[in-house]
Design a protein around this ligand. Structure first.
Ligand code: FAD
Length: 318
């Protein structure tokens, strides 16, 4: 029987989607071994976060009422103390900028193995196994953990978020935060260019690649996005050319997205791009090349010139 503790993530007053994905991962892991899943949330609008996190399969919610936004030193202290009190076998944290910031520090303090950027975590014949992708998703490696106890960061977008309600009791946790040990401070929050658009939260993405040929042609893509009430994202060459902001890049060196619908327009489907969008529920590809790899993962494909297809789609949707 192995218990699991998940630490939720929030930013600017909202819980991040990855928190609900970690609940799914944690619930599967805990229930397979007959253990409990507990969820912790630190700082921010603690009461409403706790209510939102009362999800199916959650046994207990621990709240640490300290601070508004993420702070490395506070999280490191609070999560270490929570771990000592709750004593889970597996600690699941988001493989996000914040998670990657404090997970190694917590693992070091607890003297536990640390496995990062995991796409799946499960019980194998010999105990806990964490699956990681290498070489842009071409190869999977399975990391076996001795004695099962570990700190694991899970890549956002790999598990479906849990949205069914539960009735977990909330237990405030009295973490003793040493203020002398808080040597970092969040000075402010500044969105990167294009930060007004969060492609990771969009339900429908209209994604554009090098097939668009010229910057001026992007108007066509934005017109389609407007007709579909969608958000525009891109493959790397479009961003490298400076035609769209880095915040819109999908892929290994961009963002991982899991929209309901992903329209790949003039995108070949290189592994580094696919690594960021393969979790989309429905993938539609428009490409002149019938052998483009994007068609291997597309649910619907149009082998045609985007300059013919996109205006027709805009007319249809309008
Ligand atoms: P191309 O591969 O050039 O494909 C363009 C496609 O458009 C072609 O399939 C073509 O048939 C089609 N086309 C052309 N004209 C038309 C038309 N008129 N109508 C319809 N279709 C048309 N890439 C990412 O996207 N995201 C990443 O995060 C990323 N990270 C990387 C990290 C590393 C370490 C490396 C080495 C590479 C990374 N790449 C990334 C780059 C990746 O390898 C590809 O080069 C890139 O994804 C290709 O982008 P593309 O599909 O837009 O362009």
């Amino acid at each position: 029987m192995s218990d699991v503790l998940v630490v939720a993530e929030h930013r600017q007053g909202s819980l991040r989607e990855v928190s609900f994905e970690l609940v799914t991962a944690g619930r599967e892991l805990a229930s397979e071994s007959g253990g409990h899943l507990d969820v912790a949330v630190i700082g921010g609008d603690i009461d409403s976060f706790a209510e939102e996190l009362s999800l199916d399969g959650v046994h207990q919610i621990h709240t640490v009422d300290y601070g508004e936004e993420f702070n490395h030193d506070v999280y490191t202290q609070a999560v270490t103390q929570l771990h000592e009190a709750v004593d889970p076998t597996v600690l699941l944290l988001p493989n996000s900028v914040n998670g990657l910031d404090y997970a190694p520090a917590v693992a070091t303090r607890l003297g536990l193995p640390y496995v990062s950027d995991v796409v799946e975590v499960e019980w194998g014949d010999d105990g806990l196994e964490a699956v990681r992708e290498r070489f842009g998703g071409k190869v999977e490696t399975v990391v076996g953990v001795d004695d099962d106890a570990a700190v694991v960061t899970v890549r956002p977008g790999e598990y479906s978020p849990t949205d069914s309600d539960g009735d977990a009791p909330v237990e405030p946790f009295d973490a003793v935060i040493e203020t002398d040990a808080i040597v970092t401070a969040v000075l402010g929050f500044e969105a990167v260019a294009g930060g007004d658009v969060d492609i990771t939260e969009a339900d429908v993405l209209v994604s554009v690649g090098r097939g668009i040929e010229e910057e001026e042609n992007l108007d066509l893509i934005f017109d389609l996005a407007e007709a579909l009430d969608a958000t525009v994202s891109a493959s790397r060459p479009v961003v490298d050319d400076g035609w769209l902001e880095k915040g819109r890049q999908v892929g290994q060196s961009g963002k991982v997205v899991t929209p309901d619908v992903y329209l790949a327009i003039g995108i070949s489907g290189a592994v580094q791009h696919v690594a960021g969008m393969k979790g989309a529920e429905t993938i539609v590809a428009i490409n002149t090349d019938p052998n483009a790899p994007i068609f291997d993962i597309a649910d619907y494909g149009v082998v045609d010139d985007l300059f013919d297809v996109v205006p027709e789609l805009i007319a249809q949707f309008e």
